[in-house]
Ligand binder design. Structure first.
Ligand SMILES: [Ca+2]
Ligand SMILES: [Ca+2]
Ligand SMILES: [Ca+2]
Length: 238
């Protein structure tokens, strides 16, 4: 025999009805099992099926205590996408940090894809335990990328039976400009030179640190960043 509620079916190994509850808001099955045969010495296998996916739990003849059979929930979320710089040149390697959280109830293995506009430039198969978060550092080689604003998106495809898909992708805008354009106005002039010079010898987190001035992303604004900016002085686009 099968008992069902809210699309969930629950039955025991012997075909007896054991369901007398309902799925809660998270999809967990909360129910009581009542044994009518006091001489019964076996272990019951309870199985709940939802959306074609089943989980099982064995219970022994203890008492009429409530049993909770949690349903599997699949939910991966991209919770962060943080580029090192928001303005980069069209001939650089720039790093982007992506944070992925497993908000479901089971460990998941899936492919994370990062793209600009619709062009994928990085993908990685990753495994994340339930309730855990991982960070993934990837490199975007901007060689050949058109100048202008680009939407960089980290995404994970819909997992089987996953219902919360709104959080499966996250985007950030990164501007690709000419090398030496620190402020993103499309030209390399005194504004850029003075901006990067003002941050000379500063590190990430310092007051005068200007993230887009760290052209080689080595964590410090040094002579190399300043001379690169100066070298392209006067260039502009369009
Ligand atoms: Ca999701
Ligand atoms: Ca500029
Ligand atoms: Ca640097």
């Amino acid at each position: 025999m099968i008992a069902s509620a809210r699309g969930m079916t629950l039955f025991d190994q012997d075909g007896n009805v054991v369901w007398n509850g309902q799925a809660d808001s998270l999809g967990n099955a909360n129910f009581n099992v009542t044994f009518t045969d006091l001489n019964y010495t076996d272990t019951l296998r309870l199985e709940a099926v939802k959306n074609g996916e089943s989980i099982t739990q064995s219970i022994s003849l203890l008492s009429n205590t409530p049993v909770i059979l949690p349903m599997l929930r699949h939910d991966i979320a991209i919770t962060g996408i943080t580029p090192y710089r928001t303005i980069v040149s069209d001939r650089t390697m720039t790093s982007v940090n992506v944070t992925v959280a497993n908000q479901g109830s089971v460990q998941e293995t899936f492919t994370l894809i990062v793209s600009y506009n619709s062009t994928a430039f990085a993908s990685q198969m990753i495994t994340v335990g339930n309730g855990s978060t991982v960070k993934w550092l990837l490199i975007w080689n901007t060689t050949g990328v058109n100048l202008g604003n680009h939407t960089v998106t980290a995404s994970v495809g819909q997992l089987p039976t996953e219902t919360d898909t709104a959080d499966n992708s996250l985007s950030r805008i990164i501007q690709v400009s000419i090398l030496g354009d620190i402020n993103g106005d499309g030209r390399v002039d005194m504004k850029d030179v003075s901006k990067v010079a003002a941050g000379f010898q500063t590190h990430f987190g310092d007051v005068k640190w200007t993230i887009n001035g760290d052209l080689d992303e080595n964590g410090v604004i040094d002579m190399k960043d300043i001379s690169t900016t100066a070298k392209h002085f006067g260039e502009h686009y369009p």
